[in-house]
Design a protein around this ligand. Structure first.
Ligand code: PEP
Ligand code: MG
Length: 568
């Protein structure tokens, strides 16, 4: 059992990653001048490689995936890496391969300790660059995989972005790794290639070998090694059912998102990077329901300037011309610490100095800079400003007053200002907050965590952490009804909105706006189009009266509501 990181089903043969190029200890004294020359040549060849790779990936995958290798190029061009390796060549009399390995190991180890998951996952990018340099220095520039046969499932303890793009994508059926995050570039590329991927498979070296028959389920997170005849037959039947289901979803692609009886539901995009806006535009999404701005700056070593921010927000806005864009002010703290922010460790970071609490305290000047950028961009585009981690009227008004004051100073109009309801306090005080807020977003990810006292990031918390808990559903209902009574738009922008069966329940509770990762919108629309509002309302009424997550799951199952996967 593993964790699914890219959806789909694959039936193929394992191709286990070749070991890295072995680096042999030097028997003769090392001439450091000759090694420096070899190092510089390796940098040059790796640079040329990356340039060619970017062009190839741009053509095969698209602009946003090519940016992964543009980022590798930037790391390669950073003089700090080259100088660090040269220093090791000089002082430790190492061979180039060993010096590169030592430097990369140190960089990667630093990244792996970063608090922020996004930065932690960049560790693999650094290792990818290190491998490329070592291969060139050792005179083996080819990829780590030998040529693929049809239906290959590549397997490695730790796969790198270039492993995926350098091989023949027509022959790639799936990806299996031991260690890889959902937001890692390998996961992003697997989703872009449309191949299923699994992570968390332990003892890969001991249990898998090249040529073995594998069945990979990128929905249920399952891997069957050397399947029996009956396992194979069951899997093939599952593939047929799934293909039919996906074809049916595709047929609805250009139809509006509405229930069977014509109640319109707006689907919007959650974005963390500007290039994702392309996918939102092409997926016919109505607006950007949430732009998580902190992700734009996590790898910056200095706080972002006004101009830098204007440029990025305008880039996003211009990819969705004429549409509403809801931009959340920096939600720093918790598990999101950019490189430019030094912080003292907190006992409970999720309950610590984060979100608006940080913006109104130690992060005030950063907040003011961001507000200026948002106001300037809103003069040209339809920006809505969203405030995270609000607790009540006091902090909401303190932030709003700063926005009003900066707008006055700059002579700019104030755009709509909304509240992200993601704390139990904000649910209880929603009536008063809405006297001052123009719109509401419901952040069900944090709201569930805080209502149920259950960590949203824990891998094994499925039974304790779920939006389907009746307490969470009641909180959603309270916020939704209060917002509707006050005529304020309300959008759910937590991950729940992108899960078809939960989205169905949310619509039954009164929600008409759902914001999700663009790639999840098709199954949500498909399901909603098959159900009437009366059915959804009856379902929601029953769920809200239930006593447990299990019972709500049962209610959804009995009602025959199925998600993006035919069996779910
Ligand atoms: C949420 O908490 O639901 C939310 C949208 O914010 P984030 O996932 O960025 O914490
Ligand atoms: Mg949140």
């Amino acid at each position: 059992m593993g964790k699914a990181i890219a959806p789909g089903l694959a039936n193929g043969r394992a191709v286990v990653l070749l070991d890295s190029i072995p680096v042999q200890a030097s028997l003769t004294p090392v001439d450091s001048d000759a090694e420096i020359l070899r190092l510089k040549r390796a940098f040059q060849s790796a640079g040329a490689d990356l340039e060619a790779l970017q062009a190839h990936v741009h053509q095969e995958f698209g602009a946003s995936e090519a940016e992964i290798f543009a980022a590798h190029q930037l790391i390669l061009e950073d003089p700090a890496l080259l100088n660090d390796i040269i220093q090791r060549l000089d002082s430790d009399a190492l061979r180039v391969e060993d010096a590169i390995a030592a430097s990369v190991e140190e960089y990667a180890a630093r990244m792996s300790k970063a608090q922020d998951p996004y930065l932690r996952e960049r560790e693999l990018d650094i290792r990818d660059i290190g491998n490329r340099l070592i291969r060139h220095a050792a005179g083996h520039p080819a990829s780590r995989f030998s040529a693929l046969e049809d239906n290959s499932i590549i397997v490695g303890e730790e796969l790198l972005p270039s492993d995926l793009v350098e091989l023949d994508s027509d022959k790639l059926a799936g990806v299996v790794t031991q260690r890889c995050g959902e937001t890692s570039h390998v996961a992003i590329l697997a989703r872009a290639l449309g191949v299923p991927a699994l992570t968390g498979i332990t003892d890969i070296g001991g249990s898998l070998s090249t040529g073995q028959h594998l069945l990979l389920d990128g929905y249920a997170g399952k891997l069957v090694i050397a399947p029996t005849q009956s396992q194979r037959q069951a899997f093939e039947q599952k593939q047929h059912r799934f293909n039919d289901y996906r074809d049916a979803q595709k047929a609805d692609e250009h139809l509006p998102c509405q229930t069977m009886d014509g109640v319109e539901i707006q689907l919007m995009a959650n974005l963390a990077r500007p290039n994702e806006a392309e996918l939102s535009a092409s997926s016919n999404l109505a607006a950007i329901g949430l732009l998580r701005t902190e992700f734009l700056f996590l790898d910056h070593s200095e706080p972002p300037t006004v101009d830098e921010q204007i440029d990025l927000y305008a880039q996003v806005a211009s990819r969705m011309p004429g549409r509403d864009i809801c931009i959340r002010t920096l939600d720093l703290g918790g598990d999101k610490f950019p490189l430019f922010l030094r912080h003292s460790p907190e006992a409970n970071p999720n309950l610590g100095i984060r979100g608006l609490r940080f913006s109104l305290g130690a992060g005030l000047s950063m907040f003011r800079t961001q507000v200026e950028a948002l106001l300037r961009v809103s003069a040209e585009h339809r920006v809505n400003i969203l405030l995270p981690m609000v607790l009540g009227v006091d902090d909401f008004l303190a932030a709003k007053d700063i926005i009003l004051q900066i707008a006055r100073e700059l002579g700019l109009t104030v755009p709509p200002i909304g509240v992200l309801v993601e704390t139990p306090a904000a649910v209880l005080l929603i009536d008063e907050i809405l006297d001052h807020a123009d719109f509401v977003n419901l952040g069900t990810n944090d709201l569930t965590q805080f209502l149920l006292a259950s960590d949203r990031n824990a891998l094994d918390a499925e039974d304790d952490y779920s939006v389907l808990h009746p307490a969470v559903l009641r909180a959603v209902k309270t916020v939704c009804s209060t917002a509707q009574a006050k005529n304020k738009p309300v959008t759910v922008c937590g991950e729940a909105a992108g899960s078809p069966e939960i989205a169905a329940l949310l619509v039954g509770l009164g929600i008409r706006r759902l914001s999700m990762s663009p790639s999840l919108s098709m199954p949500v629309k498909y399901l909603l189009r098959t159900l009437s509002l009366a059915t959804l309302e009856a379902l929601a009424r029953e769920a809200i009266e239930a006593r447990s997550i299990c019972r709500v799951k049962e209610i959804v199952r009995v009602a025959g509501i199925r998600g993006s996967y035919p069996e779910s």
